[in-house]
Design a protein around this ligand. Structure first.
Ligand code: ZN
Length: 301
């Protein structure tokens, strides 16, 4: 199962309808929590996400709307006796803030949370899920976005398997060894399959438009991107280091994104329809204006 669980969508101050940020990416067995803002623990409960589902935490930066929920999540992991390590990735320059959030108040500290400070662009973790990498963004303080890329695989083609007379356990044997002898003829896996590109997920939070945004968005099946403002407030976006919905749409169009998830909305806009309209002027793919406690599937390749 691969999906985004939207926990919160507000920047700066929460509203009656929008909690501070919070996003959980379910990716097979992984549960990667991005930017747990204040109230994330309860948003998880309302979304059906258990502390035991979390395998990793990624922080884009240390403004409160992106990390003040971390102490609650940290202590909940220990309360629920999560015994496997849950690594945390965060901008290295914010080490002192990470220290405070990690040990905000006394609690029985059970869960190991290895710290992975991010200093530069590049891979930060690899595993069966693929490669998780970070790219620097352009905000008022150090900010990094994250990108998950699955390696390409192969998709078996049933008609060609049938034509070659391969069925049952032989299919697994062929996938494992790369070739098989059927009735004296050698059949390679390439003959009966085609390449399946790996899925890609991008996460872009607080930033102005910069190279990092494009590096994170490139070919993403699902891109979560901040769109704090509408174009009328473009000057404010530049000044405070944010994007407009039109800029987010442009990035998606130029980067070959499939599903665009807009989030991190300023509380000055009571109605989110303007965000969709602005992004749709630039981008013809699927646009989701994120709402709290919703799920967005990662589109299949
Ligand atoms: Zn923010």
């Amino acid at each position: 199962m691969r999906e985004l669980v939207v926990l919160g969508t507000a920047c700066q101050a929460p509203t009656r309808r929008r909690n501070h940020n919070g996003y959980l990416l379910r990716w097979d067995g992984e549960g990667i929590l991005f930017d747990p803002g204040e109230g994330t623990q309860r948003q998880m409960l309302l979304s059906g996400v258990a502390a035991t589902d979390l395998t990793r935490v990624c922080l884009s930066h240390f403004h409160g709307d992106h990390c003040l929920g971390l102490p609650g999540v940290v202590q909940r992991l220990s309360l629920d006796q999560v015994s496997r390590p849950v690594p945390v990735h965060f901008p290295a320059s914010g080490q002192e803030y990470l220290d405070r959030l990690r040990h905000a108040t006394p609690f029985h500290d059970v869960t190991d949370m290895p710290e992975h400070p991010v200093e530069e662009d590049g891979p930060v973790a690899t595993g069966t899920f693929g490669t998780l990498s970070a790219h620097r963004l352009d905000h008022t303080i150090d900010s990094f976005g994250y990108r998950l890329v699955e390696p390409p695989g192969r998709r078996m083609l049933p008609d060609r398997l049938a034509a070659a007379g391969i069925a049952g356990p032989d299919v697994g044997r062929l996938q494992r060894d790369g070739w098989l002898v059927v009735d004296g003829r050698r059949v390679t896996v390439d003959e009966v399959s085609e390449q399946r590109p790996g899925q890609r997920f991008g996460f872009v939070m607080d930033t102005r438009l910069c190279d990092g945004v494009y590096a994170l968005a490139e070919g993403a099946d699902l891109l979560v991107i901040e769109s704090t403002y509408l174009s009328a407030e473009r000057a404010l976006a530049d000044r405070f280091g944010h994007l407009t919905a039109a800029q987010a749409g442009r990035v998606a169009a130029e980067s070959g994104v499939r599903t665009l998830v807009l989030s991190h909305f300023s509380q000055r806009y009571p109605d989110p329809d303007g965000f969709r309209a602005e992004a749709a002027e630039k981008f013809g793919g699927t646009i989701v204006v994120a709402e709290d406690i919703t799920r967005v599937p990662v589109p299949k390749r």
